[in-house]
Design a protein around this ligand. Sequence first.
Ligand code: SAM
Length: 236
Amino acid sequence: MTIEQLIYLFSPYLKADEKMLSDFKTYTDELLAWNKKTNITGITGEYEIYKNHFLDSLSILPLINPEGNLLDVGTGGGFPGLVLRIVCPNLKVTVMDSVAKKVVFLDHIIEKLKLTGAEAKWGRAEEFGRDPAFREQYDVVTARAVATMPVLAEFCLPFVKVGGLFIAQKGRDAKEIKNAEKVIEILGGKLEDIRKVKLPGDDSDRNIAVVRKIRNITQEYPRKPGIPEKRPIKAK
Ligand code: SAM
């Protein structure tokens, strides 16, 4: 199956043009080549990259305002942030990761694919989340496979504008999301929805947490680097 067919199966409303398709091909080639020298992603087959990285990233496309701005926290090889930018040329995307070599790869992809309006930042979410240039500046903040839900909420909600969305791509356990509802509220958010997603040719369930930012976050959060994981917020 080609990437074009896969995209059509998953997002029939999306018209994949030549530039997008060649961008996906180049992205795959670069990912496979870089992965031989340095660990960018655990997924190393071409078909798996299309399915588990590209298509899975596209599963949140219906939730995105393609004219707005988006921050992807713990993006690794650029998932979902750079994939969303490839299919939304007007989306302003910042992809962030704490591992320097991944950010070197992300800069390379942004340059190679000429992804205008995209930038990569090296550092920890807990530090950027206190920086006024980033704090409460984004319409949408995404994260896929980065941390447990209470930790992720503390990483991501500080960046979301009031009225904007935090979207977490999680695995099959919807309870993990539901159990974090109170913590999300402490951080100024409201759990709006848990969407179930199935990818074509894949039986596993994936859950997407859709969280609306309803009020400004308090000065306490995010706490210092490492603290959210060491002492996740507990709701009373
Ligand atoms: N989102 C990508 C994906 O779905 O393929 C990468 C997932 S990878 C399992 C988790 C990534 O989160 C790693 O690249 C790691 O460096 C990054 N990360 C973990 N904690 C972070 C933090 N506090 N701030 C920024 N990045 C972080």
